[in-house]
Design a protein around this ligand. Structure first.
Ligand code: URA
Length: 248
């Protein structure tokens, strides 16, 4: 990927455009061992070795993280009243990197889809807009699996509704969903291939019961890492990024 060195350094979170220009002027930036003299120098983001103030950086255009979202925060990047997943994400990144976020791309990262404030579990954050679009487009039918606890057991008719399609007040019935027992009373796994507002809660409500706990456990072929405690984040492996886009 050929791009200007000042743009690349900004994307790598080395500093603002003007801070980066100052670093270049001071002769503190080099590419493949040669000092950079001009801010508009073209570099190969993926192949060239970039160093700044003696530290080497590997450019990455896209980053992918999973968060085990806790309850009590909203899926947004900004809010004047509520704590957001973006606030938590930034805190977690800072903690993981001992407060030094230079070289960690942070621009344009956003949550892929949304979980309600009281929903916990798998949330992907990325700056890869194309991939997010692919995952969220209504026609893509990426499966999302949830662990659901309800206030009482579903009856046979309710189970059938969830499996075959239920009226939640939209133009059409929900698409057929996968419903299995989680091996405990009032505990279920539900796999849906759409993402309407409060969809899981509305589906269970239409089937006659209330959701009292909701956790997303997978999206596409990507499973929530159960070693990740609520509130923690980690980067996805290459295999997990591929799995995310698969419809397993
Ligand atoms: N369905 C819901 O009802 N809530 C969520 O957070 C996700 C899916």
């Amino acid at each position: 990927m050929i791009m200007r060195i000042d743009k690349l350094l900004c994307e790598m979170n080395i500093g603002s455009r003007s801070q980066v220009k100052t670093l270049i002027k001071k002769g503190l930036v080099s590419v493949n061992g040669s000092k950079v003299t001009k801010a508009d120098m073209q570099v190969n983001g993926e192949g060239d070795l970039i160093s700044c103030e003696g530290k080497e950086y590997q450019y990455r255009p896209y980053v992918y993280y999973m968060m085990n979202k806790p309850a009590g925060i909203i899926t947004a990047t900004k809010d004047i009243r509520e704590r957001t997943v973006w606030d938590l994400f930034c805190e977690q990144l800072a903690e993981k990197n001992n407060g030094d976020l230079k070289g960690i791309p942070m621009r344009d990262i956003f949550p892929v889809g949304r979980l309600d404030k009281d929903t916990v579990g798998l949330l992907v954050l990325t700056n890869d807009g194309d991939m997010a679009h692919q995952l969220l487009a209504p026609g893509s039918h990426v499966p999302k699996k949830y662990y659901v606890k309800t206030d009482r057991p579903l009856d046979r008719a309710g189970e059938r509704l969830l499996r075959e399609g239920v009226d939640i007040g939209e133009k059409t019935l929900t698409r057929p969903a996968g419903l299995t027992y989680a091996g405990e009373e009032e505990g279920y796994y539900l796999t849906i291939t759409e993402g309407k507002f409060h969809q899981v809660k509305r589906m269970f409500q239409a089937a006659g019961v209330q959701v009292v706990y909701l956790k997303r456990v997978s999206m596409g072929g990507l499973m929530l890492d159960e070693c990740l405690r609520e509130g923690q984040i980690r980067e996805l492996t290459k295999e997990e990024v591929c799995a995310l886009c698969s419809k397993k």
